[in-house]
Design a protein around this ligand. Structure first.
Ligand SMILES: [Zn+2]
Length: 114
């Protein structure tokens, strides 16, 4: 590998680390569409009528599954946090690829002698 290729990899690593350090707030989990009952006794959904479409957030933490209804006004914020979590793992994969290439080009032993 040429010095220019190594410099490009190191530059890419810097950009990835910078993005990693500036990731927005994040959260693990999945959002599902669910038909739900609204809880009002007078509503048709209480007596077998059509239910209301809604979103449910599900996440497993420490072996325990937690679920929570996502209100309409919360949807964008929840999805932004889940997207940041997915981006985190993309960044981890990209950093792994770059660092693996750099290890192959410059074994740690060689780096230490510099
Ligand atoms: Zn209802």
């Amino acid at each position: 590998m040429t010095d220019a290729q190594i410099a490009r990899l190191e530059h890419r690593r810097e950009r990835l680390l910078d993005e990693l350090h500036h990731l927005p707030d994040l959260m693990r989990g999945k959002v599902y569409e669910r038909q739900r009952k609204c809880g009002r006794a007078a509503c048709a959904c209480a007596s077998g009528g059509p239910r209301h479409p809604g979103l449910q957030l599900t996440v497993n933490l420490g072996g325990r599954t937690r679920t929570r209804y996502v209100r309409l006004g919360e949807r964008a914020a929840v999805e932004a946090k889940l997207a940041a979590y997915r981006r985190l793992w993309e960044l981890v994969d990209e950093l792994t690829e770059v660092n693996l290439a750099l290890f192959n080009a410059l074994p740690v032993e060689a780096q230490e002698k510099q």
